[in-house]
Design a protein around this ligand. Structure first.
Ligand code: UTP
Length: 304
């Protein structure tokens, strides 16, 4: 039984983690291994997201998954035989690592029968919410946003300005066409890192982009999003798009702000982004940093 909402530091009880996508950019590995279970050094993306959700103070992780990706939820289950084995050998550090995910947050499985889009996946999580939840967080497990803490700032903005709050990165103009780009309505929010938006354009040409602020996979959405998700029709790629539901909310006069995050992000959904994340994490890992740095320095010299 989840705690009442007022016992949650940032008034967020549920974090929705859409993880039912096909992961085609990572084939052939994702034929049998869900991309959410690929290890960034030694920890799968799904555990990194569960840590981020727990740090926000949420108590429920609504993981949207599919029949062929059951392993994503399975990752949170206890493995008695393995734990007993490690315990009997006194391998306590490994035992703690193995048990870590089980104790972070309560995972709830929601099955998406067909990959009908991110909007469809998010909409399915409504069934998990309690009556006292006015807002819900969405964290995309293949988008690693660093350093941690942006969701806490987004929650503070919702507290102050109401409505929904999205995470944004400021990127060079020649990169905007890879992303959803925000149209800024009002920059005068009393904080230069917070702006009100009037809309979003999906992957525009650089010269047509309304700004250089692009969407990242972190959303704090008012519960009204579920009504909007029921009103939209299939959009880009024939899928129900979360951005279309957010656009609809804006059209209906619902305030939507962005928090511009001053940090890094890694797209774990494609091999190039995944490799960078592994290098980044390994260079910060006490066991691997020194050796990797030495190897990379020597290896890069061979290419000069
Ligand atoms: P992506 O487009 O990044 O993931 O969706 P994908 O569909 O797995 O990737 P590719 O393009 O085939 O390589 C963003 C997030 O939304 C989830 C994905 O799992 C990912 O976390 N998603 C997407 C769903 O849960 N259901 C869907 O129908 C679509």
């Amino acid at each position: 039984m989840a705690k009442p909402i007022n016992e949650h530091t940032h008034k967020v009880k549920t974090v929705i983690v859409p993880a039912a996508g096909l992961g085609t950019r990572f084939l052939p590995a994702t034929k049998t291994v869900p991309k959410e279970l690929l290890p960034v050094v030694d920890t799968p993306g799904i555990e990194l997201i569960a840590e981020e959700a727990a740090a926000l103070g949420a108590s429920r992780l609504a993981v949207i998954t599919s029949q062929r990706k059951k392993g994503v939820l399975g990752y949170f289950a206890a493995d008695r035989q393995l734990e007993e084995n490690l315990e009997s050998k006194g391998k306590t550090t490994l035992l703690d690592k193995v048990r870590h995910a089980q104790h972070l947050i309560e995972p709830v499985e929601v099955i998406q029968d067909e990959p009908l889009g991110l909007g469809h996946a998010v909409g399915l999580a409504e069934q998990c919410l309690d009556d006292d939840e006015d807002a819900v967080a969405v964290m995309l497990p293949d988008d690693l946003v660093l350093p941690a803490g942006v969701m806490e700032k987004m929650a503070a903005v919702r507290n102050r300005l109401g409505g929904s709050v999205l995470c944004a990165f400021d990127v060079p103009r020649d990169e905007v066409s890879n992303y959803g780009v925000f149209d800024i309505a009002d920059s005068d929010t009393g904080d230069p890192a917070v702006k009100k938006i009037s809309g979003m354009v999906e992957k525009p040409a650089a010269e047509d982009a309304p700004s250089t602020f692009v969407a990242a996979g972190r959303y704090l959405l008012d519960r009204q999003i579920f009504t909007a998700l029921k009103q939209i029709t299939p959009g880009k790629g024939g899928e129900l798009q979360l951005t279309d539901a957010i656009e609809l909310l804006i059209e209906q006069g619902h305030p939507v702000h962005i928090v511009i995050h001053d940090g890094r992000r890694h797209d774990l959904g494609n091999p190039g982004g995944f490799i960078r994340a592994c290098v980044d994490f390994a260079l910060a890992h006490p066991a691997y940093a020194k050796g990797l740095r030495r190897y990379l320095t020597q290896r890069l010299k061979q290419d000069d």
